[in-house]
Design a protein around this ligand. Sequence first.
Ligand code: AQP
Length: 346
Amino acid sequence: MSNAVQTHSNDTFKKRVFSGIQPSGGLTLGNYLGAVKRFVQMQQEDYETIYCMVDLHAITTWQDPKKLKHNTRELAAFFIASGIDPDKSILFNQSGVSAHVELGWVFNCVARMGWMKRMTQFKDKAGKNAENASLGLFGYPALMAADILVYHATHVPVGDDQKQHLELTRDIAAKFNHDFGVDFFPMIEPVIGGPAARVMSLRDGSKKMSKSDPSDLSRINMGDDADTIAQKFRKAKTDPDALPSEEVGLEGRAEAKNLISIYAALGDQGVSDILSDVGGKQFSEFKPMLVERAVEKLSPISQEMARLMEDTSEIDRVLAKGVEKATAIAIPVLKETYEIVGILQP
Ligand code: AQP
């Protein structure tokens, strides 16, 4: 490798998507509508797509070693069953490509403590006992920046909760480029939006639907059967009023807005189109429509996940191939980064 530092102009980066999900057990409708459904759409568009099971992120909070491998394979099954085609997208687990951690270390040295301290996800996850949180949880966003930038990815589809981490990724790329006088890392474009950018709890419309919520009734899990889905939507919190015909009528009605948004996202429709159809209906009429649509959409995914998990050798083959393809992109970026930083590579 030459000693010359290679630079890039921002518009010469290939259109490349990167995103990941933690195999921390339990997948929700929020992960599907907020993330994976968009991953599948972007795979069909004009992008090279790279999707990752971020197992090293998962261990920033305690993971049972007896379950982590199972959860990683199950997450791969979820990706594939939802429509990620391993021949079109690169699908792999993060720990298989050690360049993530190496670039993550460089970014630990670029990111500032003050930036990290502002991260609301750290504050939420660490809770009141931040002194006892792992150093990994604190440094999570620097590793996340490395996950993305080690592929020179340009677009990152995520749910709304990840917005702040993506802003930090841009800050890290900008500071690196500035400090070393290069134009090496791209300014990523977050891809966030649509009716399901933030799917809320079915029990409390002010909280994100989340796998770690103590109430199972708060979420739809990707493995829930039709009866369970029906029961959870039946019990979902609502208000006594009829549904409005226009979006403005959802203001101040977080639970109603959430159920309508889920219905819209499941059917690839806009919220206003839905409201022009269902405006005036009571929840007792609307909820069965929601159940029908959710079961129709989610049951085939659950069934395919179960099939893939019967013999996991197919998943393991896909991931091994994914690691190979991802490594081929990541290593040159890492080497060039070391070159820029001045690290000796004998
Ligand atoms: N409720 C949600 N609405 C929209 N998008 C969501 N995502 C997660 N929940 C929602 C998106 O899914 C992707 C993977 O997220 P992750 O691996 O970071 O999982 P998470 O955010 O940790 O998921 P949970 O369920 O919220 O876990 P806990 O309870 O542990 O915090 C991301 O793109 C995320 O935006």
